[in-house]
Design a protein around this ligand. Structure first.
Ligand code: HEM
Length: 350
């Protein structure tokens, strides 16, 4: 499945193919924030950055996979409708429980008792997801796996994949499960990082100023920042990177299991151990980072060479690395940078 996702869903060619859909959502984001600002007494409306960021991520991945932004009617102000609110809430509930400690993970015979109540909550969240996804997926599969029209989104792509004998490569259940997986993998990291980045930048206004200056220089005042600008937005990316370093979404990465006895940094790890990397432990390690608790984007600028959000050396954990490392580095980096750059520009609009 990992191979299928890497080569068919998240390949560079697919990423380019989906560009228009991401742009639509980056534009919706701006429209939503402007409309929020225009509300309220004397036009001084408030923008809930968490809502804007989480829904931007939800909208992008929903549109890329299912080809549509809203399950119901579109909202005129560019913001989320009640279906999207329920959908994003279900995604974050699933993520919260995915990362939490659950006693039956360690004592599987307790599973049926659902002692910590996780199963009940997860079933409800999954029922929410199914309510929205299944009618769309079922209808699309009914239309046929050969598809007369050109593929329009990633669901079409998944449905039309063929195995060596020309039969469908993925079953209906596999498609449904994979769609949930891709959605939960997309929404949390970019939105969390950007919420933190903005909070840190407001506390250090000089970093904000520097980001705005970079945007003015690269983008100018006559247009909105676009994905084609990202390679030149090193300071903006350094701010996002600094947020990943200081404020990871979860304390550990997803658990890995060692496949053989091994020794790492002097520690013996027996085969079958659950290995968890501490994300703050890496990102705030004083042996690696100077003044580790300080938000200092400059530390990521290396003599003009391009800043990237990935960190394969694991001095901090953003996308992780290796056989189970993130397969969405390109999409995740693009969304994170666009989200931050667009929200920054709104402070200083063209
Ligand atoms: C800023 C955005 C993102 C960050 C920081 C991030 C980070 C991560 C991390 C830390 C892991 C676990 C790696 C490990 O355990 O070694 C992971 C796994 C994964 N990510 Fe991402 N991710 C992001 C965006 C995305 C996107 C947009 C997608 C796809 C649409 C995606 C798909 C996946 C998948 C499928 C896995 C599981 C890989 C496997 O188990 O083999 N991620 N990601």
């Amino acid at each position: 499945m990992r191979r299928v996702v890497t080569s068919e869903v998240l390949s560079p060619a697919r990423h380019r193919w989906m560009h228009g859909k991401r742009v639509e959502e980056a534009d919706h984001l701006v429209r939503y924030v402007f409309n929020q600002c225009a509300k309220g007494v004397s036009g001084l409306g408030l923008v809930n950055v968490r809502v804007a960021a989480q829904h931007y991520c939800g909208n992008v991945i929903r549109k890329m996979i299912l080809g549509r932004r809203f399950f119901g009617e579109g909202m005129e102000d560019g913001g989320p409708g009640f279906e999207e609110e329920e959908h994003v809430e279900a995604l974050f509930t699933i993520l919260g429980y995915l990362y939490s400690f659950c006693v039956s993970d360690y004592f599987p015979f307790l599973r049926g008792f659902d002692l910590d109540g996780h199963e009940k909550v997860m079933k409800k969240a999954m029922a929410s997801m199914k309510k929205f996804h299944d009618p769309i997926i079922n209808a699309r599969i009914r239309q046929g796996r050969d598809g007369e029209k050109e593929a329009n989104d990633l669901l079409d792509v998944l449905i039309r994949l063929r195995d060596a004998d020309g039969g469908p490569l993925l079953s209906e259940d596999e498609i449904k499960a994979q769609i949930v997986e891709l959605m939960i993998a997309t929404v949390d990291n970019p939105s969390n990082a950007i919420e933190w980045a903005l909070a840190e930048m407001l506390n250090r206004p000089e970093t904000f100023q520097q980001a705005i200056e970079e945007l003015d220089r690269v983008v100018g005042k006559d247009r909105w920042v676009q994905e084609s600008d990202i390679s030149q937005l090193n300071y903006v990316k350094a701010c996002a990177r600094e947020a990943f370093r200081l404020h990871p979404i979860a304390p550990f990465n997803v658990p890995h299991v060692s496949v053989s006895d091994t020794t790492v940094a002097g520690y013996f790890i027996p085969k079958g151990s659950h290995v968890m990397l501490s994300r703050p432990g890496l990102g705030r390690n004083p042996k690696v980072w100077d003044k580790p608790l300080k938000f200092k984007p400059e530390r990521h600028l290396n003599n003009g060479s391009e800043v990237v959000l990935a960190e394969p050396d694991l001095r901090m954990l953003s996308f992780s690395t290796g056989r189970r490392g993130c397969v969405g580095v390109n999409l995740g980096s693009t969304m994170t940078t666009m989200l931050l750059a667009r929200l920054e520009l709104i402070w200083d609009p063209p």
